[in-house]
Write a protein that binds this ligand. Structure first.
Ligand code: GLY
Length: 391
């Protein structure tokens, strides 16, 4: 089996401003203080979102998809600081999620294993760590509906989520590393189905697609966390821009790069110099002005995409990512190390319609902010770090 390696045309262009680097250093220190406090107060606890700024509360999760983001931050801290305390914690919090490699109840195993076991493997080259990532990817592949040609969401067999674009990468990766051509084919089919039915001509995205499970016919667009079926939920837009970019980085399929670019351009055009989107751009009078976790995901996804495109686009994407990160590192969004607010990034929302984690900190918001700042400070570039097996 051959794997095409995309050319990193934009790499090296447009360095981050010194003011951003200084803000990023301060934010990384704050991030370590926040995670240190959380794991000291609540060992082995995996929160999704804060309630009035506190991580520990009894509110519902809706679905379990965030357990990789705590260990993922620890791996980044371990890499950045070389501190054995962070390394030990990173391994411990990765081991705590290992059994999830067999979890067939969610579509989120990329979120669980990419920030943890994939980072562990990248750092060590230990193939037993990679085996865990590959097993998780194969488990994800079991969600495939062959009539509709998509990996179904956790919600129902007839449901396809845009979020799964951030998780299908682990299926492609598992197929490449195990030589499983059938798995590779179904992962590509999932990407194509998502592109065809959830990504619109203007680069906007629907959150959900509903299919006839028996015939596989696509029925309609829908939403769970956005405003309307025909609108664009901002976080879903960022899952698409980042996820299609990752799938291109893994496979070299040009249509995934085109899709990532279309989603990125739509996102940038909508956020303009506000830099932080609301939950959904179509909401007539948004209840809240910001959904900051989408901005953090976008920044990290745009930094990856900038490594994959031509110089002109790379400058546009880096510029938007850097400006976004400067905004997110401002005290209006970032809780300082001594702030009683326990999360790092404020003004994020999980599920507005259900009233879960609204205008709070969310674990993935903190993770993707840390990931993006790590890239700014010269850490591993995600696209460049993707290991492809030798042909
Ligand atoms: N379930 C993924 C998200 O809320 O973005």
């Amino acid at each position: 089996m051959t794997t095409r390696t995309p050319t990193a045309l934009g790499a090296g262009s447009f360095e981050p401003p010194a003011s951003l680097c200084a803000a990023a250093e301060r934010a990384m220190d704050a991030a370590q203080a926040k995670v240190d406090r959380l794991v000291t107060a609540h060992p082995d606890y995996f929160p999704l979102y804060t309630e009035q700024g506190k991580w520990h509360h009894p509110k519902e999760a809706w679905t379990n998809w965030c357990e990789g983001f705590l260990g993922g931050q620890m791996w980044i801290f371990a890499e950045t600081t070389g501190d054995p305390l962070w390394r030990g914690r990173a391994e411990h919090y990765s081991l705590l999620v290992e059994e999830r490699k067999h979890d067939r109840s969610v579509h989120d195993l990329g979120f669980v294993f990419w920030p943890t076991w994939k980072r562990w493997y990248d750092l060590t080259g230990d193939s037993s760590r990679n085996d865990v990532v590959v097993t998780a990817g194969k488990t994800m592949g079991l969600r495939y509906n062959p009539t509709g040609r998509y990996l179904r969401s956790f919600l129902a067999p007839d449901s396809l989520f845009i979020d799964i674009m951030m998780n299908v990468g682990i299926v492609l990766y598992a197929a490449q590393h195990s030589g499983d051509e059938a798995l590779l084919a179904l992962a590509h089919e999932h990407c194509r189905t998502t592109r065809r039915h959830l990504v619109r001509g203007d680069g906007s995205t629907a959150h959900e697609g509903i299919f006839d499970v028996h015939t596989g016919e696509f029925l309609r667009q829908s939403t769970q966390q956005g405003w309307r079926a025909d609108s664009s939920w901002a976080r879903g837009q960022t899952w698409a821009l980042y996820g299609f970019g990752t799938c291109y980085a893994l496979t070299g399929e040009a249509q995934y790069l085109d899709t990532s670019i279309a989603c990125a351009d739509y996102y940038i055009d909508c956020t303009t110099d506000q830099l932080v989107p609301p939950n959904d751009w179509s909401e007539p009078r948004p209840r809240l002005p910001y959904e900051s976790s989408a901005a953090a995901i976008a920044a990290s996804g745009l930094l990856q995409l900038a490594d994959l495109v031509d110089e002109q686009r790379a400058v546009r994407y880096r510029h938007h990512a850097f400006s976004t990160l400067e905004r997110l590192c401002h005290e209006s969004f970032l809780a300082g190390p001594d702030d009683p607010w326990e999360g790092l990034l404020k003004h994020a929302s999980y599920h507005e319609a259900k009233g879960l984690g609204v205008d709070e900190s969310v674990m993935w918001g903190d993770y993707f902010l840390v990931e993006a700042l790590h890239k700014v400070l010269g850490g591993t570039r995600t696209a460049a770090a993707i290991r492809t097996p030798s042909a």
